[in-house]
Design a protein around this ligand. Structure first.
Ligand code: IPE
Ligand code: IPE
Ligand code: MG
Ligand code: MG
Ligand code: MG
Length: 392
């Protein structure tokens, strides 16, 4: 019997996220939380608390991590991993952060932001707002907002509250709106025709197709409206451009078109990569770039682009793998559907094992691109590892 999470809402989903991730990360160093920063240890600890560390268990192990770091006497560390495919170097930042805590904290910030929508749109038809809130608050992982806020922190010299925070938060909410719109439409009968999403019946199952289409449309307009109103006016043009180009005909929407057009056709690997980079990679790459733009640190854009491109491809490869290996209870959406729909996926093209290796390979390349950030890249590195090691 399928298990839905009607009332339990975000909390149940985030604890399920924590449970699933904990079970899947046995190879990740077990240090609770550390905030990436370029400041001293006192500031690190303060930020660690803001990130929600459990002091009792975290402090002793944190101290070990710090002395190890100081013994190395360097701001960055690049350690070769013998198991890294292709002899790549894998960048392991000296401070280890806990991806689940990062996702939870940034997720709460975005949820609070969404709490303002009813007040802002008080003249809108209430049922439209119900439909929007239904999908928005259903408890997704919030990977894209977390990437934006961590990329912002990394680019702002390790200061999560630094100038530009309002822009980063608006971009995080706007990106999650665009992503949620893409899911609502992706699930429609005319597209992937799914009944379950984020642990709940899909939007069109509850509100009807017309309302699901319109709720998705409104999510797009709200995304750009809040960005235009809430972000730093000097950053707005670049933020809007980034969000529009990554979601549009040459980004996510274009990728969705190629995905649908490619059903029941045998595509080549480069063709499949192109679809994945567009339908999923574009928004993930933009998330990393938006943090740099919000911080007005465009100098970091090449690095963020590189990180996001590898991570974006890895994300969809893992999504394809989980469709085969996971369950609806774990994923909060249907599984074992791609093959029946004639979808082009990594497992269908190269098998499960090779797909998993390719996701690891892309993760290693993503992590290597963070190296110039030093310890400020720790949060992004943790999110990168989460994307590949998750099981939901
Ligand atoms: C699902 O994205 C759609 C893909 C791009 C594969 P997520 O796995 O991030 O979905 P949520 O936001 O956690 O529900
Ligand atoms: C969808 O890819 C990517 C989007 C842009 C929504 P999938 O169709 O594989 O995503 P899921 O598996 O339904 O979440
Ligand atoms: Mg799809
Ligand atoms: Mg789908
Ligand atoms: Mg999928």
């Amino acid at each position: 019997m399928m298990k839905y999470f009607h009332e339990a809402d975000c909390d149940a989903r985030s604890s399920s996220l924590e449970r699933n991730f904990s079970a899947s990360r046995s190879n990740v160093p077990q240090i609770d939380v550390l905030a990436g920063a370029t400041q001293g240890w006192g500031a690190e600890f303060g930020k660690m608390l803001r990130h929600g560390a459990r002091i009792g268990s975290a402090a002793p192990r944190v101290a070990i991590a710090t002395s190890e770091y100081e013994a190395q006497g360097a701001g960055t560390r690049s350690s070769p991993r013998k198991d890294a495919p292709g002899g790549q170097f894998r960048y392991d930042p000296p401070f280890i952060m806990d991806a689940v805590s990062i996702l939870k904290n940034h997720g709460e910030a975005v949820k609070a932001y969404f709490g303002t929508l009813r007040g802002r749109y008080s003249d809108a038809p209430p049922r439209l707002l119900d439909a929007i809130e239904y999908s928005l608050t259903a408890g997704g992982k919030r990977v894209r907002p977390a990437l934006i806020l961590e990329s912002f922190t990394a680019c702002a010299g390790g200061r999560p509250e630094g100038p530009g925070r309002a822009s980063a938060l608006a971009a995080a909410a706007a990106m999650e709106l665009i992503h949620t719109f893409s899911l609502v439409h992706d699930d429609l009968p005319a597209m992937d025709d799914d009944d379950l999403r984020r642990g709940r019946p899909t939007n069109h199952k509850v509100f009807g197709e017309a309302m699901a289409i319109l709720a998705g449309d409104a999510m797009v307009t709200i995304a750009f409206e809040i960005l235009a109103i809430d972000a730093d006016p000097l950053a707005v043009p670049a933020l809007v451009r980034e969000l529009a180009s990554s979601s549009g005909p040459q980004g996510m929407i274009g990728g969705q078109v190629l995905d649908i057009d490619g059903e029941n056709q045998q595509l080549s690997l480069p063709e499949l990569q192109r679809i994945h980079r567009m339908k999923t990679g574009a928004l993930l790459t933009a998330s990393c770039r938006l943090g740099a733009i919000a911080a007005r640190q465009e100098v970091h854009l090449p690095l963020m682009t590189d990180f996001g491109r590898h991570l974006g491809l890895a994300f969809q490869i893992v999504d394809d793998v989980l469709d085969v290996t996971s369950t609806p209870e774990q994923m909060g959406k249907a599984t074992k559907k791609d093959a029946g729909k004639g979808k082009n996926t990594y497992p269908s093209l190269m098998g499960l094992e090779a797909s998993q290796r390719e996701a690891e390979h892309q993760l290693n390349a993503a992590l290597a691109s963070l190296k110039p950030l030093g310890k400020a890249g720790a949060g992004l590195a943790a999110l990168g590892k989460f994307v590949v090691e998750r099981n939901n």
